[in-house]
Each structure stands twice: as C-alpha cells, then as structure tokens.
Design a protein around this ligand. Structure first.
Ligand code: M6P
Ligand code: ZN
Length: 207
C-alpha cells in the first residue's frame, strides 16, 4: 500500500549540447552507417557504392539514461550528417511505434525535414533550431538532412513505444527527399522504390 509506483529511475538533470549532440549524463549511443540502411534507399546500386566507398556514418543517436519502460519518458539527440546516396539525402531509418503513442521533436542545430506517413497520407515539416514537430500516434516518422552541416534534434517519447522498422522497409514513407532546385525536392509515391515526381518543398519553418 502507498507504494504508488516502482521508481525505476531517479530524477536527474542533464546537459544537452546542440553543438555536439551529446547528453550528459550519457545513456546508450547508437550509430548507423550506410550499411545499416538496407532496403531504405531508392537506388540500391548507389547504396552499395556508398558502402564500398567507405561506409560512412549517416547518423548517431545519443540517448539519456532512462529505462525503456512504460511510464518513463525517453529523450535523445539525433545527429544526421550531411550527405546523400545518389540523389537521396542522408536520413534516419524511420519507424512506426508498435504502441499507439506519439513523439515530440525539437530542432537544435542545422535544418532538416520530418517526414510523416500514416500508411496513406504523407506530410513533411521543416525543423530548424526552435521549431518543434509533433508526431501523433499511428504516424511513421523519419528525419532527413538536406543541408551541408549536421542536423540535430531532440526527441522525447514514452517508454515502451516500440520501433517497427520492417513496415517502413515494406511500405516506404510515401515520399523521398532528393537533391533538387537550390535545396531539395520531395518525390512522392507509395511504394518504397516506386516513385513519381511531384511537388517541391515542404511547409516553411515557423521562425
Ligand atoms: C529519434 C527518436 C528515436 C529514434 C531516432 C533515430 O531520436 O525517434 O526513437 O531511434 O530518432 O531514428 P530511427 O530509430 O528511425 O533510426
Ligand atoms: Zn519514434
């Protein structure tokens, strides 16, 4: 009685660096290289060439030391390096949550795009320092760096959210971000590798 909840994590303060992406105290760090992105890029030949050319780092996730359990709030900084595979910019794998829970992103440095896909409709939002993106339950999410400097953002999401990466490999994200114009072009299409060209750009950042 009285033991309202098991306290699995003590309260703590943290320092978040928008310059390096580090979180102190540090939790798990995940690095994804080109070779970790199988089945995700439009052009598999270019993807293999990039692996042969040194398999560079695409992004890194610095997580805070919070237990991934129901009731907790996980937070992390993702740093996406500048770069592209063929014409398609460096990006995260992207995932659906396996539980019906949302997520919150806040741009920290550089500028990037948040792609959202509910299985039918896709949306893209620009993220810049001070710009937030809200991801409702049921929307797959991927971030992309179409610029020439690293793109960093903070993510906050509930413990136990679960990450379904396979569905993104199977269904794609409804859109791809490729080189085009002065910055980028958004190619629209449902299948992971069946794309038709459409509109340029995305919603402008709210400054
Ligand atoms: C954000 C969050 C994390 C995610 C990371 C990289 O930090 O959404 O949950 O792991 O981005 O994205 P992905 O897991 O799709 O590779
Ligand atoms: Zn997520």
């Amino acid at each position: 009685m009285g033991e309202a909840m098991t306290r699995t994590v003590q309260p703590f303060g943290a320092i978040l660096s928008s310059a390096t992406g580090a979180i102190l105290p540090a939790g798990p760090i995940t690095e994804r290289h080109v070779s970790d992105m199988g089945g995700l890029y439009k052009d598999e030949t270019d993807w293999r060439k990039a692996i042969d050319a040194g398999d560079p780092l695409v992004y890194r996730v610095d997580a805070a030391p919070v237990l991934d359990a129901y009731g907790q709030l996980l937070f992390s900084i993702t740093t996406i390096e500048p770069g592209a595979i063929g014409s398609e910019f460096f990006m995260t794998k992207g995932h659906w949550h396996t539980e019906p829970v949302g997520e919150f992103y806040l741009g920290l440095s550089g500028q990037g795009l948040l792609l959202l896909f509910d299985g039918q409709e896709h949306l893209s939002l620009e993220l810049a320092p001070g710009t937030a993106g809200y991801i409702p339950p049921g929307w797959a999410h991927r971030t992309v760096n179409p610029r020439t400097e690293p793109f960093r953002f903070l993510a906050v999401y509930p413990g136990g959210a679960g990450h379904d990466y396979e569905r993104v490999v199977r269904e794609g994200m409804g859109a791809r971000v490729v080189r085009g114009g002065t910055t980028y072009h958004i190619e629209v299409g449902l299948g992971p590798r069946s794309m038709t060209s459409e509109n340029d750009g995305a919603a402008p950042p709210t400054k």
